[in-house]
Ligand binder design. Structure first.
Ligand SMILES: [Zn+2]
Length: 186
């Protein structure tokens, strides 16, 4: 997709939106008051806004490869702090997905030097490899989400500013479109 295509699609978006609601952008510029903070994988198939049909202004989103909660990650920490302290979001969501390339690379011991620091974070959340045990990628995606939920609940910013804000973990199934809740177990 060339830049001109992006521009064209954006113009279509503006026209369509204004047709439905002529004052849409006047409302939008007044500010944001999102209900949710959402951590998602960067994978192009799992766009949180598209799969939940959430309108602009509802989701405050942080994305990285394999939806990792890393305490030393300044970008994530700033997003989490801003969402809790300034936006006062009502819910925190960790959303992983089936067929995650980041989880796969970490599990299969990818050796590309440029990826190693990040893969090391992902690996910490995966089970130890044992002979005879071979969890599938989809099981590992679920384990990864549960681990990141655990890390979020233990994150210093959550502990200080979280005020017991609800935390939910989901696995998005790219093969069916289903958003499966894995934490808390329903
Ligand atoms: Zn992924």
């Amino acid at each position: 997709m060339k830049n001109t295509e992006l521009k064209k699609l954006n113009e279509e978006f503006i026209q369509k939106t204004k047709k439905q609601n002529p004052s849409y952008f006047d409302e939008l510029k007044k500010g944001q008051s999102p209900e949710y903070f959402l951590l998602s994988c960067s994978d192009s198939r799992v766009s949180p806004s598209i799969i939940t049909q959430m309108p602009l202004g509802q989701l405050f989103i942080h994305r990285n490869i394999a939806n990792q909660v890393v305490e030393e990650d300044e970008s994530f920490s700033a997003s989490l702090y801003f969402a809790l302290q300034h936006l006062r979001v009502k819910q925190l969501i960790v959303k992983g997905h089936t067929g995650c390339g980041g989880v796969k690379a970490a599990w299969e011991d990818n050796e590309e030097p440029e990826l190693q620091k990040w893969l090391a974070h992902i690996r910490k959340g995966l089970p130890e490899k044992k002979a005879g045990e071979n969890p599938g990628l989809d099981e590992l995606a679920k384990i990864n989400v549960l681990k990141q939920v655990e890390k979020l609940l233990a994150h210093p910013i959550y502990k200080k500013y979280g005020r017991e804000t609800e935390v939910t973990g989901f696995v998005f199934h790219v093969e069916s479109g289903e958003l499966e809740q894995v934490y808390p177990e329903s």
